[in-house]
Design a protein around this ligand. Structure first.
Ligand code: ADP
Ligand code: ADP
Length: 226
């Protein structure tokens, strides 16, 4: 896949579909930065910034952080040099207002979204995935107790010098997961129609082994960028 203009890919799918897992793999393959709004909010939370404190009240309930705050944060993130070649958007946009703002943001620079892979999985699968999800505070690696076990103590699969610091996210408890799914269907699912109408949607079967999802994703990207 080759292109001189920046490439923006939007990963779409319910919480737990595998957006982050696949975005991390694409990051390496494509040489594009993964921009995860969830990771940015969690970093802010850890560093106790005002943005982190504001985001916490929404994240704890599985609600979305307000659009204006989120859009400003993404605009700032994308203006950094490591996004000059584009980005793999993981968790943004999540509302129609965000999608519209994102289009305007890119249009202002003569850019546009290149492809929107929609990773499809069922709600039952998502419950198992999210309650077994474990993440690393240091390398942001995403693991699963059964499907993709975290590294043994003292190792980091990303080759990071510091060791992995594995934890379970507060919002991966079953009560919060149920609300996050509800919020997804209400606020994020309309983006499926939005991107379909723009001819950008590519459906991927997410209920397959992680490697198979990656190779399907790669095929779709290759075709789209050919
Ligand atoms: P997941 O992929 O499991 O849904 P994320 O890490 O993407 O989780 O997001 C965690 C939380 O961060 C969301 O439930 C929400 O509160 C907040 N968040 C992340 N991205 C956005 C966004 N684009 N707009 C509003 N809130 C967001
Ligand atoms: P999202 O970013 O869409 O919320 P993640 O990439 O964080 O989803 O994946 C959610 C959980 O499911 C993680 O624990 C991850 O290891 C696991 N997972 C991701 N893809 C698959 C897959 N194809 N099969 C089984 N488990 C998966």
């Amino acid at each position: 896949m080759e292109s001189n203009s920046p490439i923006f890919i939007v990963m779409l799918g319910v919480p737990g579909a595998g957006k982050g897992t696949q975005a991390q793999r694409l990051e390496e393959k494509l040489g594009l930065k993964q921009v995860s709004t969830g990771d940015i909010f969690r970093d802010n939370l850890r560093n106790q910034t005002p943005l982190g404190q504001l985001a916490k009240s929404y994240m704890d309930k599985g609600e979305l952080v307000p659009d204006d705050v989120t859009i400003r944060m993404v605009e700032e993130r994308l203006s950094r040099p490591d996004c000059a070649k584009g980005a793999i958007m993981d968790g943004f946009p999540r509302t129609l207002a965000q999608a519209d703002a994102f289009d305007k943001m890119l249009r202002g620079k003569g850019q546009k979204v290149a492809l929107v892979p929609l990773i499809g999985v069922t709600d039952d699968e998502v419950m198992d995935r999210l309650t077994g999800r474990r993440v690393c505070r240091r390398c942001q690696g995403v693991f699963h107790l059964m499907f993709n076990p975290p590294p043994p103590a003292g190792e980091c699969p990303q080759g990071d010098k510091s060791l992995c610091d594995i934890y379970q996210r507060d919002d991966d408890k079953p009560e919060t997961v149920r609300n996050r799914l509800f919020v997804y269907y209400k606020q994020t699912a309309p983006l499926i129609g939005y991107y379909f109408a723009h001819g950008l949607l590519a459906e991927i079967n997410g209920a397959q082994a992680i490697d198979k999802v990656t190779s399907d994703l790669w095929d779709v990207l290759d075709k789209a960028m050919a």
